[in-house]
Design a protein around this ligand. Structure first.
Ligand code: ATP
Ligand code: MG
Length: 243
């Protein structure tokens, strides 16, 4: 949590506050980085989208220009048409583009991705097949996510993601989405930085498995093996208090 004092009024912001502040005030280029399973992708896809669609792009070694921009594809009727990739689709619609695992982008498409996430005013792309020039809609926004550190990214990509936020704890809504009896334990365990940390995903899976099987011990052994005793206690307590 970052804290600063100006004229005796302390201002405290979590990483989530910073990302929300930027996006809700139309600063649409945000990098969220940190440990797995805190809700970075979920946040990018669902929060501050202003009612616009959200598209997810997962960066891989195999990713090509076609994924980002589009390419000619043959339809069932045999006719070749240009099919837009997620980047241009999001530009056109003023949608959110969530660029997951941005540190995995391969060098062949890196410059294309840079052009796509550049500031809205300075970007445009000409479709070489149709001659159409597409510019990003003013509402177009980008949330990039990664594990690891921003230094792992190339300088030029980093420079286009001005707001870089270290997310170290799960989003409050992710904790709230868990059954009540799991919340306290999940908050503690997901905040750990040692090898005993589990991400929120393990808690979500435990809750599902337990709900289905009604067997707390086995559900814990399968999803959260080092927390079996605590979970069995929490479940027992839930049954006593009816939580
Ligand atoms: N705001 C939220 N409300 C409800 N559930 C959430 C929320 N955020 C996250 N979750 C739950 O946590 C899971 C993990 O979230 P998500 O995939 O966004 O994590 P992540 O930080 O992107 O992880 P990674 O770094 O591994 O990609 C989701 O599948 C969902 O079950
Ligand atoms: Mg993710």
């Amino acid at each position: 949590m970052d804290s600063i004092t100006i004229s005796n009024e302390p201002v405290t912001m979590t990483g989530w506050d910073m990302a929300s502040f930027a996006l809700s005030n139309k600063l649409g280029r945000v990098l969220l980085y940190g440990p797995p399973g805190t809700g970075k992708t979920y946040f990018g896809m669902n929060y501050h989208t202003d009612g616009q669609a959200a598209y997810r792009l997962i960066c891989t070694e195999e990713m090509t220009d076609t994924d980002l921009i589009g390419g000619m594809t043959q339809s069932n009727d045999g006719i070749w048409r240009f099919r837009e990739g997620v980047g241009i689709k999001a530009w056109r619609q003023g949608a959110r583009l969530v660029v997951d695992e941005i540190n995995r982008v391969n060098s062949d498409v890196e410059s294309r991705l840079m052009a796509l996430i550049d500031s809205t005013e300075s970007s445009s792309w000409e479709n070489q097949y149709t001659g159409e020039v597409v510019k990003p809609h003013a509402n177009f926004s980008v949330v990039a996510t990664m594990n690891g550190e921003p230094e792992d990214l190339g300088q030029a990509i980093l420079d286009r993601l001005v707001v870089r936020v270290n997310i170290t704890e799960p989003h409050a809504d992710a904790i709230k989405a868990l059954p009540e009896y799991l919340r306290e334990l999940a908050t503690t365990v997901t905040a750990r930085t040692d090898e005993d940390r589990y991400s929120i995903r393990s808690f979500v899976e435990f809750a599902r498995l337990y709900e289905h099987s009604k067997d707390a011990t086995r559900s814990a052994m399968v999803t959260l093996p080092s927390l079996v005793e605590q979970l069995v206690d929490s479940v027992a307590l839930k049954q006593v208090v009816g939580a």
